[in-house]
Design a protein around this ligand. Structure first.
Ligand SMILES: NC(=O)c1ccc[n+]([C@@H]2O[C@H](COP(=O)([O-])OP(=O)(O)OC[C@H]3O[C@@H](n4cnc5c(N)ncnc54)[C@H](OP(=O)(O)O)[C@@H]3O)[C@@H](O)[C@H]2O)c1
Length: 247
């Protein structure tokens, strides 16, 4: 089948594209680097022509609630309208475990995005995953201060992005099912330890300083509000196994 991947050059999106192609699907990438801006309704419509499913794995690097809400609302509205106009039979959204318990900062945008998908004019599936193992590197890249590496404290149960990508392709091919079962990695980790391990793995000797980042979103993460419930599927390698396998 033909699967259109919004954010198909991102951390998880490029793995969705790779996995879909390995499984024999045709994958179309929607990202600015691939020449399709999700804010351009005509370009999005052209990219969705002939697609059998859309996987939405686009994102924006912000911790601001208003900025995240504007991005996810604007891009999702355009993507869903284009899917309807092009008669795409299924849209799949990747979301995050626990956002309704902690609807602050970036997660406010994801809550608004989920509401749009639940009201979509096209059959939909929403998959919630926990933070990726790769999240350690994403946070580390945004959290340096002079010679110091800052490491926000948080309780997470991370999962390999490749596992999330494989599940998204499976769901896209299976047809709409509304809310899919949450997925998470095998056990709880401390984000600050993950960041230290990530930085050392990449050869940096700079001091790593754990800190409590102010604000409701990070306070919620410290309280464990992003941890999976008992019904979640726990899959894939632990963070340490994943880091070791990077070679
Ligand atoms: N990171 C995590 O730990 C995690 C955990 C669970 C769920 N999620 C969810 O997974 C999804 C993907 O996250 P990620 O971390 O993989 O994102 P990411 O690495 O930041 O990638 C974002 C993607 O969105 C694209 N994009 C951004 N603005 C765009 C625009 N205006 N038009 C077209 N494409 C645009 C980017 O490509 P261009 O820059 O080329 O446009 C890129 O391909 C998000 O919905 C996120 O909430 C993330």
């Amino acid at each position: 089948m033909r699967i259109a991947v919004a954010g198909g050059t991102g951390t998880v999106g490029r793995l969705v594209v790779e996995h879909a192609r390995r499984e024999g699907h045709d994958a179309v990438v929607l990202s600015r680097a691939a020449g399709v801006d999700l804010r351009d309704a005509q370009a999005v419509r052209r990219a969705l022509r002939g697609a059998d499913a859309v996987v939405d794995a686009a994102s924006t690097a912000t911790t601001s609630g208003p900025r995240a809400t504007e991005f996810f609302t604007a891009t999702s509205k355009i993507l869903l309208a284009a899917a309807e106009q092009e008669s795409v039979p299924h849209v799949v959204l990747l979301s995050i475990v626990g956002i309704d318990r902690n609807p602050n900062g970036y997660y406010a945008g994801k809550v608004a995005q989920e509401a749009l998908y639940e009201d979509a004019p096209v059959p939909w599936t929403i998959l919630r995953a926990t933070q990726f193992h790769e999240f350690a590197g994403q946070v580390a890249a945004q959290a340096s201060l002079g010679p110091l590496q800052l490491a926000p404290r948080a309780r997470v149960q991370p999962i390999a992005a490749a596992e999330v990508a494989a599940r998204l392709v499976e769901l896209a091919a299976a047809g709409a099912q509304g809310r899919a079962r949450d997925i998470a990695g095998p056990h709880e980790e401390r984000l600050e330890r993950m960041i230290r391990a990530w930085v050392r793995r990449h050869g940096a000797r700079r001091p790593v300083v754990p800190l409590n980042v102010p604000g409701a979103q990070m306070r919620g993460l410290r309280r464990g509000l992003a941890l999976p419930g008992a019904q979640a599927s726990l899959i894939g390698p632990t963070f340490d196994e994943w880091l070791t396998a990077l070679g």
